[in-house]
Design a protein around this ligand. Sequence first.
Ligand code: F6P
Length: 473
Amino acid sequence: MSRLLLVSNRLPVTVKAEKEHVSVVRSAGGLATGLSGPHERSGGLWIGWPGDVSRLSSPQRAEVESQLAALRCVPLYLSPSEVARFYEGYSNRVLWPLCHYLLDRMPRHHRDWDAYAKANERFAELVARHYQPGDTIWVHDYQLMLVPGLLRERLPEARIGYFHHIPFPSSEIFQTLPHREKLLRGLLGADVVGFHTPGYAYHFSSALLRVLGLETDMDHVTHEGRIVRLGSFPMGIDAESFERLAHDPGVLGEVSVIQERSDGQRLLLGIDRLDYTKGIPRRLLAVQRLLEREPAWRGRLRLVQVAVPSRTQVEDYAAYRDKVDELVGRINGQYGTVHNVPVHYLYRSFNERQLVGLYRAADVMLVTPIRDGMNLVAKEFCAARPDEDGVLILSEFAGAATELRDAVIVNPYDIDGMADAIEHALEMPVEERRRRMRALRAQVKSRDVHWWVSHFLDTLQSVPQRSTKPGAA
Ligand code: F6P
């Protein structure tokens, strides 16, 4: 197995500082779990930003570095200006809304492009410094779209993969970007460019044709004498670990407490990062519509909505939070009683055990983003239901909808349709719930994160490499 160099904007760790003591804790996320095996077995490295460490003293920083080294992680420190311009600026104010079809949220001037390009250079430099012949490099996500091309210039013979974790929009949308050509050429530095769904891969191919005049031949394109494979690799989760937690006696105890205290009310659940792509206001409006239309449901259901704080320095996220706060207040003011409220809103993060407790207690899980690359919450919910109960309501605009066809699929722009779907889910007979959940679980368990990693890496290994040695074909 060749050594794996993983490259992502964030390292899969959290640096915790309490007084003089600092510790580096491995993240529990799907990417970290799926890649930890190949990363360790191959003796590889993970290169990325460890988060804001600017407040740490020099000895604390040295301690962080030694703990990172023990985890085979190589830190790339972003300066405050890089955080503001590369991460919050071009990545999250331009590329994020663009890829989610939200052109109106993009700034009129893309002043942070140069910071994005420079930060991508820094990542490529650091990777090239650690590269040894024979290594496989896997670059992750939209913050680093130029990195494959920058690496190709430095390491013509390297095996390089890139995976895009968010939607790749229609070429009509992508074409609006002034730096479209540079970004596409950046991605073409890879040997394999992967997406969650065939639709995103198709959009990428049509952007190549319309912007660069490059034609895709089935699943590949030939660029500067190299073959670049394009494909769909739907990301999965660590299903086994969610299932294990769902059987844990402590978690089951928590489920009983949630159910007892629900006082007979049916439980709807939403779990999202607080991001304007997640469709929380429309979901709230659908619950409101149901209560307005069907007085019989008043007092008989509640939505527990967990909103995990995210990208709080970006203005649109703060404004979105205000909008959600206001809507929750309005609905609770209108339909709450002195005994209960229809929306139980929690603005904080939860650990995996707490999440699984909520997943197992829910009658209906609402995953209704207006656009989402994949959405792993939908998959986590299914993995956490070994009781084969619970109904998943899923937006047709989440990548997961291409795989999870046994969910109740909804259009989040149709509030009445969503209200109908919630009522349908609440009234669904037990046999239908079981049939659907059994099929969903089979899908989530067979296409887990380990399958995703092997599928991508096997494809990357199969791409013929161009040798630059003299005399080679
Ligand atoms: O979905 C894209 C993604 O970048 C994930 O990889 C990440 O977990 C999430 O968005 C939050 O991103 P961040 O907090 O690093 O901006």
